[in-house]
Design a protein around this ligand. Sequence first.
Ligand SMILES: [Zn+2]
Length: 420
Amino acid sequence: MKLEKYSIGIGDRFGLQGVPQLRALQMAAEKGLQISPVWNKSNREHRIIGTHPSDTRREADGAVRELGWRGAYFVDADHIGAATVDQFMDSSDFFTIDVAEFIGTPVQGDALESFLEAMAPFTGAIRIPGLDEPMRVDETLLRAVAGRYLNAVKEAGRVYRRILSGRRGKEFIPEVSLDESDAPQSPGELFLILGAIGAEGIPIRTIAPKFTGSFLKGVDYVGDRGAFAGEFEQDLAVVAFASGSFHLPGDLKLSVHTGSDKFSLYPLMHRAIRRAGAGLHLKTAGTTWIEEVIGLAEAGGEGLRAAREIYRESFGRFDELCGPYLQVISIDRSKLPTPPEVASWPGEVFAGALRHDPLHAGFNPHLRQLVHVGYKVAAEMGPRFTELLRRHAGPVGRNVTYNIYQRHIVPLFLGADDPD
Ligand SMILES: [Zn+2]
C-alpha cells in the first residue's frame, strides 16, 4: 500500500468536511507535492459524537469521488487497542495501535531473554548515520527499556495479529503509538523499542513517540524548541537506521501526534526532514471542528447565534467538558470572556478570538481551548448543528481548507521560508 513520503492525519469530528479538507491536499498536489490524506477518528470521538467507523469511510470515499482524487488515501482507526479495534476492521486501512497503558507492565515467559538475545548485536557504541556521536547501548539500558516497553510491544503484536486475521487478507498500514504515555522516549529508547517491534514481527510504517515538551490541544507548543529540534533530528536518524537494521519496512517514518497546531515547531521540522530526506506523518487533532465554529460565526445570523450558544453551554459545563482532557489543556478561567460578553460580539470578533492567529490582537487561546473540547455540545445539538454546517458550507469550507493548507501544509511540507 503506497503511503506517500508525506502524509497528514485530518480529523473531522462531524464527518462533513471531507471535501474542503481534501481540497487543501489538492492545492499541495498542484504545487507538485503529493501528500496522502489519512482520515483519523478515535473510538472516544465516535462515542461522543455518536458515529461509527463506517461513517468515516463513507466521508473519505465521498470526498475522493467528488474531487476526483487519484492518490492514495486512508481511514485511520486512531488510538485503538484490543478492546476497541473490532468495529474498525472493515472500514479502516490504517491502524494506530496504542499500547501506552501497557508501558511498565511485566512481560511473560522468556520474552525478556529473547529480547536481550535479539539485541545483543546492537550493544556497544552504535554508529548511526546522521548522529554526531555513536549511540551507547549497554545492558543497563537494554534492561531498562525492556522493563518499561517490552510488554507494550508484545501487546502491540497481539493487536496487530488480531487485525491481520480480522482483515482477512485486505492490506492495511500499522502504526504503533506511544505518545499518550507519561514520559517522553529518548532516541536511544526509541531505537530499542523499534528493535523490539521488529523482533515481534510488526511491519509498522509509522511510529509515534512522545516528544519532550507539552503538546496541548489546539494551541502551540509549550517547551524548549531547541531541545525538541535536537530530539526530533536524532529520532529521524534512529528511525532510518532502525528500518534497515530490524527488518522493518524501508519507508518507516515518524508520526507526530501534535494535538494540533504546533506552528512554532513546523519550520524546525521542515528543515530537519528536508536535510535528512525523511518522510513524516503529521497527525492533527480536531481543529477542523473549530474552523466549523469560526465559519458559522462569520456566516452571521443563525450561524453566529449557534456559535454563541456553543460557547455559552461550554462555559457553563466547564468541568464536565474539560475533565477528560485535563492532561492536554491549560485554560486560565479568568481569561475566558463571559457568555453575555461573547453574545455582544459581531461575527468577525468571535472568529478573531477563536482563530489560531497568535498575531491577531483579539486571539484568545483560553476560549479556543474551551471550544476545542466543547464539541460534545454541538454533538448534542444533533441535526440542528449539522444542518447549519450544510447551509453555511461556503464560509465553513473556506476556513477548513485555508487552515489545513496555509497553516499546516505550507510551513511543514512546502516550507514557508523556502524560495518558491
Ligand atoms: Zn496520539
